[in-house]
Ligand binder design. Sequence first.
Ligand code: GRF
Length: 210
Amino acid sequence: MLKVAVLISGSGSNLQALIDQQTVGQYRIVLVLSNIATAFGITRAQKAKIDTVVIPHQDYETRETFETQIIQTLDNVQVDLVVLAGFMRILTPSFIDHYAGRLINIHPSLLPKFKGLDTHARALQSGESEHGASVHYVTAELDGGPIIAQACVPVLPDDTESTLANRVLLIEHQLYAGVVSAIALGRVTRPPLVLVDNRPAPVMLQQLLH
Ligand code: GRF
């Protein structure tokens, strides 16, 4: 069983999707870690009887000491995969190196389009007809690591930032649970050559769930 840690800072709706899928998905969430004590994701984890840890970033003088605490906490429970799910802290290259090939993130756009923040507003502004989400391995380049899988949604004529964000979030839940399950089943290779079922990544959600 793949041992997974999920790092969050907020609502944790992706975390909830990962919790709901864990029995069928052949992985086990052994720890939920948040830098924000009031994050609703902590409540979700507690309800599911998953261990939680809060490591408030403001208690640490440097990013390095904050991250050292996270690394010690995760390595203590020997996690196989670290899943970023709305974790709103930039990670240093040394943290990323420590978990190379074992650290993934979900980003609300069809990368390489719209790296960074405000992806839905930017997709609307640029008149995209399709938008979506990507799950990728984390590298030192922000939102730039090798993409494992993507999911698309249409952009509708009367969309606002929030209607579009909600549509993307629903597909994120399927995508993230699908990718973590696929990793647990050994269907995904690690960088530099990322293959899903022996096919070059990224794959689309439909292929992932086939
Ligand atoms: C999601 O949109 C995700 O793509 C981004 O942060 C948001 C987290 O939402 N990285 P939630 O906390 O999982 O509801």
